[in-house]
Design a protein around this ligand. Structure first.
Ligand SMILES: Nc1ncnc2c1ncn2[C@@H]1O[C@H](COP(=O)(O)OP(=O)(O)OP(=O)(O)O)[C@@H](O)[C@H]1O
Length: 641
């Protein structure tokens, strides 16, 4: 049947494949044999999943995006650990039964030792991306496949897993391997951001419009300037690999004192700066430093070795410059908001749970931080948990922690869990509406009993936390539908604060001025003001990404307008115009029917996705919303066809 399949003996077989075949033969495998199709035992697999939970957390959203791009091509996306065991699979319904016949499914190992030459096993063995086409597979049973795989590296440059697209060899493209490589870069960037959450983080590129894209360089430093890690693009731009970079400091790489960078980071709305790379190239950079007061998250343990988390977590919350933090900073003249902030101020320190409602980017997290900052708990930790971004299978251990030996043979140490990390401080549960029902019951118990019981142990740990929750969902509707517990709802909504969307706010000019001022004098020399015509455009804009989107638009516009007297239409980035289209049909904000608003918002999302070829990250960036928000939009859409 499959006469078009190239054979392993064909002369064009690349060197990597030839060597892989030699290794497969040396493992004692025969091409005609049927492979071992058995998965590892269920208990062992849970341990494997647990060991790789950080990898899964960061790779699953990327897998979804990747799958969105290959959907309908008789293919599937696979995530494996460093040993080639499949952790997670997403695939086309009509392809999965065929994949199942050769055990392309979670729990099964695809190392070269067990399956001979194959994209997963060979990419992991060589530490390089590759495509294995049809008859290039060692086992004949796998000749109907073409697989493209790239290893995933942790920020120390160690292989921790692999991402793969496998499918019917007749519908595969040579370009898939490039797609997989880019997806791996996204996973690696997420990991770097997460692992060094408490470090000084820098994102940079010679062209401002590449910030926030896959091309941006990322680097992390300790607060005293020691180099910690950089992503692939960062290493490329700096002209050095990780081993060479280890000998450097922030100032030896970027020619600026770390003290000056930290002073820049302390500003409430941090703008861009211009730095110089060792080769003399100037880059536009965004810096961030959010020291964590809680304990470190348990992180991926590649090959059983815990990662070295940098010490960037002072025990006491750092002082903030007066006037630039806390609730006062948020008062910018909008009456609706002022009323909400006044109510918040009245219950500060009174142990009243606060529920913040608002669309994406309206400043919910900023308000939660301000509440913590102004409360008597200020010296304690502020721990933010985004319930929507943690896979359902991991949320329990993430929140409640687990004891030594809760997962036999996995991690020797237990994990304290995010709730206990917030002891003495504030626990911010973002997207609380996305918390699974079973977890809602556990959370309620914690809040009532003021103690948490980590998984796998009988011990109760006392916790004293102030709880602030946020959601963009309608929890009352969810309660009526039975997807949100009534008892938890009433426990959480001591004080309900609604943050207005930007299009309803009357203080837009003040915010614009503040955001521009925050960028002023930081190297990029933005224009001092916005032309009246542009302000009018801003006033009419739907701002689906709210303040986050406005900040992004201003950051780019200010850089493009360098030297001009004011920011004009011509300086507004494309992303602004992308989400501008629905504006003319926008009904008056106050009178707008929710359904119409949802549609306008949905159109903006669809357009951004189409414009960015379905790439969720890029679309999110363009809209100024989080990726979760775009995923939610996609999930809410009826299936096509
Ligand atoms: N009043 C403000 N002044 C200046 N910048 C603000 C203000 N409010 C929010 N921002 C900025 O807007 C961005 C989004 O804010 P934040 O993350 O708090 O929103 P959010 O509602 O929690 O978003 P999401 O629901 O997507 O998590 C941040 O960069 C924040 O600094």
């Amino acid at each position: 049947m499959q006469t078009d399949i190239p054979t392993a003996a064909a002369p064009a077989v690349p060197e990597m494949i030839r060597l892989a075949h030699a290794r497969s033969a040396a493992f004692g495998l025969r091409a005609s044999e049927s492979a071992d199709l058995h998965p590892v035992q269920a208990g062992v697999f849970s341990e494997v999943l647990e060991r790789n939970r950080t990898l899964c957390t960061h790779a699953l959203p990327v897998m979804e995006t990747l799958y969105g791009q290959i959907m309908g091509t008789q293919s599937m996306v696979l995530l494996t650990d460093a040993a080639g065991t499949i952790l997670h699979a997403l695939g086309d319904d009509d392809f999965l039964p065929r994949a199942d016949r050769v055990a392309l499914r979670p729990g099964v190992g695809w190392s070269e030792q067990s399956k001979g030459t194959n994209a997963i096993g060979t990419a992991l063995a060589c530490g390089a991306p590759l495509q294995v086409h049809a008859g290039q597979h060692y086992l004949r049973a796998n000749h109907f496949l073409t697989c493209s795989c790239a290893p995933i590296l942790d920020p120390q440059g160690r292989i921790i897993g692999a991402l793969d697209v496998s499918g019917d060899h007749r519908s595969q493209s040579k370009h898939t391997v490039a797609l997989v490589r880019m997806s791996v870069q996204m996973v690696e960037n997420h990991l770097l951001g997460k692992l060094f959450e408490g470090a000084v983080r820098l994102r940079f590129h010679a062209r401002a419009e590449f910030l926030g894209t896959l091309m941006e360089g990322m680097a992390a430093f300790t607060p005293d300037g020691r180099f910690l890690s950089a992503n692939r693009s960062g290493q490329f731009q700096l002209g050095m690999g990780l081993p060479a970079l280890q000998a450097h400091t922030f100032s030896s790489l970027f020619g600026l004192d770390m003290g000056a960078l930290l002073a820049h980071c302390r500003q409430a709305a941090v703008g861009a700066l211009v730095l110089q790379l060792p080769g003399g190239v100037k880059v536009v950079a965004q810096a961030e430093f959010r020291p964590r007061a809680g304990m470190a998250l348990p992180l991926a343990e590649p090959m059983g070795t815990p990662m070295d988390v940098p010490a960037a977590r002072p025990a006491v919350a750092p002082p903030r410059p007066a006037g630039l933090s806390g609730l006062r900073y948020l008062q910018t003249g909008d009456a609706q908001l002022a009323q909400a902030l006044d109510r918040v101020a009245k219950v500060l320190g009174r142990d009243v749970a606060t529920l913040i409602l608002g669309e994406t980017g309206t400043g919910k997290e900023l308000l939660a931080r301000a509440i913590h900052h102004d409360s008597p708990r200020r010296a304690g930790p502020f721990v933010a948990v985004n319930c929507a971004s943690i896979p359902e299978t991991l949320i329990e251990s993430e929140l409640f922690g687990y004891e030594d030996g809760a997962f036999t043979g996995a991690r020797r140490r237990g994990s304290v869990g995010r709730i206990a990390q917030a002891h003495g401080g504030t626990l911010f549960l973002d997207e609380i509406g996305d918390m699974p029902l079973a977890m809602q019951a556990r959370l309620l118990r914690v809040l009532q009993e003021r103690s948490v019981a980590p998984l796998g142990g009988a011990r109760q740990i006392d916790v004293d936390v102030a709880v602030v929750c946020a959601t963009h969902r309608n929890l009352r509707e969810m309660m009526a539908a039975g997807s949100f517990r009534e008892d938890l709802y009433y426990r959480l909504n001591g004080l309900v604060v609604r943050l207005p969307p930007l299009r309803e706010r009357t203080d837009l000019p003040v915010i614009v001025e503040r955001l521009l001022r925050a960028q002023d004098g930081q190297g990029a020399q933005p224009a001092a003001r916005v032309a009246p015509e542009v302000m009018a455009l801003f006033q009419a804009h739907p701002w689906p990404g709210n303040l986050r989107q406005l900040a992004n638009v201003l950051r780019i516009a200010a850089l493009l307008a360098e030297g001009a007297p004011a920011i004009g239409r011509e300086h507004l980035p494309e992303d602004f115009w992308d989400s501008q289209a629905p504006a003319p049909s926008m009904p008056a904000p106050v009178a707008a029917a929710p359904a119409r608003l949802r549609q306008v918002r949905g159109d903006a999302f669809d357009e951004a996705l189409a414009r960015h070829g379905g790439n969720v990250s890029q679309a999110a960036r363009a809209l100024g919303v989080s990726r979760n928000t775009v995923y939610r939009h996609l999930r809410a859409k009826p299936p096509v066809g």
